[in-house]
Design a protein around this ligand. Structure first.
Ligand code: UDP
Length: 315
């Protein structure tokens, strides 16, 4: 039997690299694509020796050419941390818009099924809690996060248009905060920031009073959910994340307790503009459709992630 062939955009990124591992393990041929804007080849270096792995250095906002058949596309290319999209607003908009358009065009051309990565940011600073897929969100289009939020809302809209108008076989996942090995130390997100500060014995930069909440999902759980969604028959958006909610201040304390560096402490900083006050996924749909729910609790996931950051953070 010929192997299934899958294109993964953003494959050198945090989630993309874990997806590359998973699909190779499932015996797929993996075409990894990245322009390394925020991705890093270190994340996939171990895969270059695999016969079923190919790497294309390419910016998906430009026409995408992949020779041969394609069965599946996972579109995960995008800057994804608030600092990244503040520094790269135009690239963020372009990869969500032109990049998604190109991936959908490729899916149509090849007759491939495509799963696109959306985000909990489509809910903005949500007025409904927890967030269900039916909630339309509360997004400020002209605020600093607007470039990411609106790019991803456009991604969803154009994906549905290709589904409805061109009959492309599409899947949409809304990803909530996810963490694990291979996150970039300096990507500015709360977990890499807190781990590197705790390991170096610095202040953990809690923004605002730390009462805002997030819900953190370990990357292996997310990858399992993506795998199941891709192979399902459901084309409307599905939330994926861990519903265990925690305040940012409590999260800082958990990391301080784990790292046990007496020099580390809490260092309060101003709250960024439009920082969502609360975020927790309602995963009823994923449970019902896919029989999926997270398996790792935060203690396990943080321990595994700490092992990684111990290796990559230089004191
Ligand atoms: N945050 C923080 N200190 C940091 C980085 C982030 O207190 O050094 C807060 C941020 O204000 C937000 C939460 O942690 O409320 C999660 O931020 P992150 O950048 O990880 O992603 P977001 O969930 O906001 O997209």
């Amino acid at each position: 039997m010929t192997k299934k062939r899958i294109l993964i955009t953003g494959a050198a990124g945090f989630i993309g690299s874990h997806l590359s591992d998973r699909f190779l393990a499932e015996n797929y041929q993996v075409i990894a694509m990245d322009n390394l804007l925020t991705g890093n080849l270190d994340n996939i270096e171990h895969l270059f020796k695999e016969k079923d792995f190919e790497y294309y250095h390419h910016d998906v906002t430009k026409f995408i050419h992949v020779p041969g058949k394609l069965d599946y596309i996972l579109h995960f290319a995008s800057p994804a941390s608030p600092i990244d999209y503040l520094q790269m607003p135009i690239q963020t908009l372009k990869v969500g818009a032109h990049g998604t358009h190109n991936c959908l065009g490729l899916a149509k051309e090849k007759g491939a099924r495509i799963l696109v990565a959306s985000t909990s940011e489509v809910y903005g600073d949500p007025l409904v809690h927890p967030q269900t897929e039916e909630y339309w969100g509360n997004v400020n289009p002209v605020g600093p996060r607007g470039v990411y939020d609106e790019a991803k809302r456009f991604l969803e809209a154009i994906t549905m248009a290709y589904h409805n108008y061109h009959n492309v076989d599409t899947r949409i996942i809304r990803i909530f905060n996810t963490y694990g090995p291979r996150m970039r130390v300096n990507d500015g997100r709360v977990l890499p920031a807190f781990f590197s500060q705790a390991i170096r014995g610095e202040g953990l930069t809690v923004f605002g009073d730390g009462s805002q909440t997030r819900s953190f999902c370990y990357v292996d759980d997310l990858v399992e959910g993506i795998y199941r969604l891709l192979l399902s028959e459901y084309h409307l958006p599905v939330n994926m994340g861990n519903p265990q909610e925690i305040t940012v201040l409590e999260f800082a304390q958990e990391i301080l307790d784990l790292v046990q560096n007496p020099k580390a402490c809490i260092d309060y900083r101003p709250l960024p503009v439009d920082d969502p006050k609360q975020r927790r996924p309602d995963i009823t749909k994923a449970r019902a459709l896919l029989g999926w729910e997270p398996r790792y609790d935060r203690a396990q996931g943080l321990q595994l992630t700490y092992e990684y950051f111990k290796k990559v953070v230089h004191v």
